[in-house]
Design a protein around this ligand. Structure first.
Ligand SMILES: Cc1cc2nc3c(=O)[nH]c(=O)nc-3n(C[C@H](O)[C@H](O)[C@H](O)COP(=O)(O)OP(=O)(O)OC[C@H]3O[C@@H](n4cnc5c(N)ncnc54)[C@H](O)[C@@H]3O)c2cc1C
Length: 458
């Protein structure tokens, strides 16, 4: 056996787990396909603009994030979202409406009709569904809160957070906390009141109450700095080919340059995407390969735009906006990046925006050329934001397989992943297709992975 632990993937899931192992003195090696650490976290300083092609921020749902940042010397680099960016907008009938965050704001809001608002009041009187766990988030929300709330709050929210389709996403798998509120307390309002008391006792924060963070030089500095603690333990530019049993442990064949190499170990933590792991475990467990391959990852274009502020008619007093499917736009929404965090533009006369295009609802868009997609999105964005003129900066990246979708049927995958781990002691399946896609979820899961690895290597 060459090493005690092999970690596949140097994204945030692999690196934060490696960080705990490093502190504990447990030996490990990381195999990574790209030439640099970070995975989906990719930042670029380009002239006046600081671009995040992956996550532009995270929610501090666990104290582990600031703990690691402090310990690796990034405390002064960490930035929290500007207070002015609390407001979120939704596009309806071509105009931006602030998402109401309190009952008085809801009463005044023009985002929902009077009928839609009255329907929300009925939520505490709606019973549990007969459907059990096999419900989409759309079914769940329409039943509890009405169709208008689904169309103008949940539909845009889902595409903004996961680029997903609310009619396909499983409420139990993708929104487990929401599902549990109904299961445990019989409804959302009842559950929020009682659940808040229970959360107070734990050290975790709900997503609504967590602070939004990033770093002065963008998100990638976080994984990069972790990786810089143990450069000799990371092998870049390698592709996992096959995982097989070997003696009392496992063998990993991987390509490094022109050659295929192999490494043997008693413990493997995989944090590479489900589709990437699939082919390499086909001989080891065909059913696992199939389950992994069936996890759907839609394509997303991240389009970054910079403008002179003086040509923008819309006040930039918030986080940005999301677009309901009913509004029939080609893009999913826009984050007002330079309002949220400092240093995204050279000065206050410029503004930077991150647009998301495509996702599970609009995979058809990728039949067009990149230039066509961009020019349509820029045109629609300019109309929605009352911009008179062209962007002074444009950059983009298409993630062909962007974010795993916890769709209906995901629970069967999840059950099989657990069954596989029980049958194959020493192989752990992790990464953002298990236990949540948010950066905070990945960091929380790293602590769980670490404890499991510690037990396996004891
Ligand atoms: C466009 C976009 C925007 C997002 N926005 C947000 C946001 O604002 N807030 C938020 O909280 N989350 C956001 N997310 C989600 C979040 O960024 C990811 O879920 C998280 O970073 C995933 O980390 P990971 O380590 O699990 O996986 P990854 O980052 O995917 O890392 C996996 C690593 O495995 C490597 N790999 C792949 N195949 C192989 C192979 N065969 N051999 C070896 N290595 C391999 C990859 O190169 C990669 O480095 C966003 C994601 C995307 C794509």
């Amino acid at each position: 056996m060459d090493k005690k632990v092999i970690i596949l993937g140097a994204g945030i899931s692999g690196l934060t787990t490696a960080y705990w192992l490093y502190k504990e003195g447990i030996d490990f090696t990381i195999l990574e396909k790209k030439a640099e650490p970070g995975g989906s976290m990719e930042s670029l300083k380009d002239g006046d603009f600081l671009v995040d092609f992956g996550p532009n921020s995270g929610l501090e749902t666990t104290p582990l994030i600031s703990q690691i940042a402090r310990e690796i010397g990034l405390a002064d680099e960490m930035v929290y979202a500007n207070e002015n960016s609390d407001k979120r907008y939704i596009l309806r009938d071509g105009a931006l409406h602030a998402l109401p965050m309190s009952p008085p704001a809801l009463i005044k809001s023009k985002l929902f009709s009077t009928k839609g608002k009255l329907r929300l009041l009925g939520e505490p009187f709606i019973g549990k569904s007969e459907e059990g766990y096999y419900q989409s988030i759309a079914q769940f929300v329409e039943r509890r809160l009405g169709r208008e709330f689904l169309d103008y709050a949940i539909d845009p929210f889902v595409s903004g957070v996961s680029a997903g389709d609310p009619f396909k996403l499983s409420v139990k798998s993708a929104f487990p906390k929401l599902y549990r509120l109904e299961e445990l307390y019989g409804g959302l309002v009842k559950g929020m009141i009682k659940g808040a008391r229970e959360r107070k006792k734990s050290r975790e924060k709900s997503k609504q109450n967590a602070r939004m963070f990033s770093f002065k030089s963008g998100m990638q500095i976080f994984p990069k700095t972790i990786a810089s603690l143990f450069p000799e333990k990371i092998i870049y530019n390698c592709d996992i080919k096959e995982i097989s049993k070997s003696g009392s442990g496992y063998r990993i064949d991987y390509s490094g340059g022109m050659e295929t190499k192999s490494i043997e170990c008693p413990v493997i933590l995989s944090t590479i995407p489900a589709y990437a792991l699939s082919a390499s475990v086909d001989k080891l467990d065909h059913a696992l390969a199939k389950h992994l391959n069936d996890v759907f990852y839609p394509a997303v274009m991240v389009l970054y735009l910079g403008y002179k502020k003086e040509i923008i008619g819309q006040p930039l007093d918030g986080f940005g906006y999301l677009i309901p499917s009913k509004e029939k736009r080609n893009y999913l929404g826009a984050i007002w990046s330079s309002t949220i965090f400092p240093g995204r533009t050279a000065d206050d006369k410029e503004a930077a925006f991150t647009l998301f295009v495509g996702g599970a609802r609009r995979e058809d868009l990728f039949k067009m050329s990149d230039d066509e997609i961009i020019s349509q999105a820029v045109k629609e964005f300019a109309a929605d934001m009352k911009i008179k003129g062209e962007p002074l900066y444009k950059n983009y990246k298409i993630w062909r397989k962007a974010i795993p979708q916890y769709n209906l049927g995901y629970i069967e995958h999840e059950n099989y992943f657990a069954e596989f781990e029980n049958k194959n002691r020493g192989i752990l399946l992790s990464g953002n297709y298990r236990g949540g896609i948010a950066v905070g979820d990945c960091v929380k899961n790293s602590e769980i992975n670490f404890k499991r690895i510690k037990e396996l290597t004891a």
